[in-house]
Design a protein around this ligand. Sequence first.
Ligand SMILES: Cc1cc2nc3c(=O)[nH]c(=O)nc-3n(C[C@H](O)[C@H](O)[C@H](O)COP(=O)(O)O)c2cc1C
Length: 413
Amino acid sequence: MQAGTLVVELLMQHRATLFEPLQLPCGLTLKNRVAKSAMSDCLGDGTGHPTAEQIRLYQRWAAGGTAVSIIGEVQLTAGYAENPGNLVLDEASDLHHFRQLARHGGENGTTLWLQLGHAGALAYAPTSIPKGPSALDLPGLRCLEMTLDEIRQLPSQFARTASFAQQAGFGGVQIHAAHGYLLSQFLSPLFNRRSDQYGGAIANRMRPLLEVIEATRIAVGPDFPIAVKLNSSDQLEGGFDNEDALEVAAALDRSSVDLIDISGGTYFPGAKSASDGTGRGPYFLEFAKRARAVTTKPLMLTGGFKTRAQAEDAVASGAVDIVGLARALVLEPSLADLWKADRKPEPFFPRFSDAPERGITAWYTMRLAEIAADKETPVFGDLGQAVRDYEARNKSRTKVWLRHFANDAVGQT
Ligand SMILES: Cc1cc2nc3c(=O)[nH]c(=O)nc-3n(C[C@H](O)[C@H](O)[C@H](O)COP(=O)(O)O)c2cc1C
């Protein structure tokens, strides 16, 4: 019997439960197996700092019983943000505000992590000059090519922001290598057409990710959790596929990461994203089972979980250790505690007909603003209006962002 198969067998015999603790390789013990997956809440103040509403949002998730809560898309620099409501954590940041966020979002035994992001070719064009592994000129997507020097700076940029996160009192970091953003662009042959040591074979395409992990681990030491969010595939013809993803999972097994968060899909214009997904979940479970055979690292699976039974089954099957919830925790921020208390009914997921691309994600994003303001209503509201509100807010935050970062070379690392 192969070592990976043996691990799967042993885990299956144990049949872990959702509300059982889990110890990560760095030594941190999570109080249960329910995580609030990374979401770009877009509630930053436009200067890269947290707002009172944003702090309240993470306080509510912590109060609701999740073991891990991950803030989406915290930027390493102002140059390649995904949205002008992103946080930016660098040497110019006022750590006082971040400390408040870390303190309240980490109440009730929750560990609050920052997802470290760089949008690369998908950087928000009104505040950036998008740049990826290779220059592209496609419908809806134009970007420049990063120089070798810029690629070589990435590990120290990730490491520096991780180190600030640790200083500010956050419990860990997640390196974003999914959904079509920079590190996932490097992984995908569709975005990465380089012929140097960072392009071509999958061993080269994963080099930036592995270098980032190595530098980040050196910066934060052995006891601080580092997770990676990895696509099982970007679900595009000729893109990053399951076989590539298994090779990356095997390489991550040999690295110092504490957790692999499995996802899929991309925000590439015209493509399928998991957060707009309407299918019956959970998504990517079959891939997680295959990943289990190539790594003994703890696995988290994010995508499509809607009921406690689905979450329990995924953990009890031994395929994954932690269940990641995004939209379910927007619909019900206290879902972990409600599941623990066996309270029904499950959250009701709205169905939208004729949703425009990214419309569903925009709807959930605006719902986050309601939770943050303690103003959510049981009425779902209009999707078209949510999209208009989302765009109007982006526009006003863009003005603040451009004014604030005027002296930085926006679009440069
Ligand atoms: C409003 C919203 C914002 C999101 N932002 C991020 C993000 O910043 N980083 C990330 O890795 N995933 C992000 N996602 C994707 C989720 O983490 C998750 O992978 C996806 O929604 C599928 O999980 P779900 O079915 O539980 O929603 C976002 C999802 C939503 C709904």
